[in-house]
Design a protein around this ligand. Structure first.
Ligand SMILES: Cc1cc2nc3c(=O)[nH]c(=O)nc-3n(C[C@H](O)[C@H](O)[C@H](O)COP(=O)(O)O)c2cc1C
Length: 189
């Protein structure tokens, strides 16, 4: 039996990401974003929903860019903090979480050094939405910690990304079930 829930956002899992935007000379703010995902590959594109009332939003508008930082599951406390506390209350959220910034190579907003994977993103389109806007961004550069590389490729288990589910919980990756474009071959006629 199925129960109808109406329109919901109950897609799962979602990535728990940290968006960092330049707020001033050697200053940046960090907010947690889970409504985000890759939406294109050539060039690499991401879409994110960001509320209009956030402290970060005018800075995103001004800079036209931000970094998307993939935290490890061990960074869960800081991720939750950056999603609960506004930069209006704590303008140095990254420092509170024990994180530091590194300069990006192509945009003004910095990378979070302690996150194993970082994307430099340029806003290319904005679609107004009821609570904010959908930002379509082009990924101009990717940075990865060497220690999460296996045979020169990013190893998801080594990244150990933090996962968010719409019931309001955090998880880490589970077991690998096989290779994509491969396990389904057993059903091929
Ligand atoms: C798990 C989680 C996911 C979140 N996802 C989003 C999101 O996708 N978009 C958004 O605008 N805010 C999201 N938030 C809320 C913001 O991170 C939060 O309001 C934050 O304090 C805004 O920071 P700022 O005011 O310093 O910009 C999320 C919060 C949490 C805890």
């Amino acid at each position: 039996m199925k129960k109808r829930l109406g329109p919901t956002t109950d897609l799962m899992p979602m990535p728990a990401l940290l968006v960092a935007v330049r707020t001033g000379e050697d200053e940046a703010n960090v907010l947690t974003v889970a409504w985000a995902g890759i939406v294109g590959g050539q060039p690499p594109m991401m879409a994110l929903e960001i509320g209009s009332g956030h402290y970060s939003t005018p800075f995103i508008e001004r800079e036209g860019n931000f970094t998307v930082n993939v935290p490890a599951s061990t960074q869960v406390v800081g991720v939750d903090y950056c999603g609960m506390v506004s930069g209006r209350e704590d303008p140095t959220k990254a420092a509170t979480c024990g994180w530091t910034f590194l300069p990006s190579t192509k945009i003004s907003s910095p990378l979070i050094a302690e996150c194993p994977l970082n994307f430099e993103c340029q806003v290319v389109r904005k679609v107004e939405a009821s609570q904010g806007a959908f930002y379509l961004v082009e990924i101009l550069e990717t940075h990865v910690d060497e220690k999460v590389l296996k045979e020169n490729k990013i190893d998801a288990l080594l990244v150990d990304p933090l996962i968010f589910t719409p019931d309001g919980k955090y998880y880490r990756l589970g077991e690998c079930l096989g290779k994509a474009w491969d396990v389904g071959k057993v059903l091929k006629k």
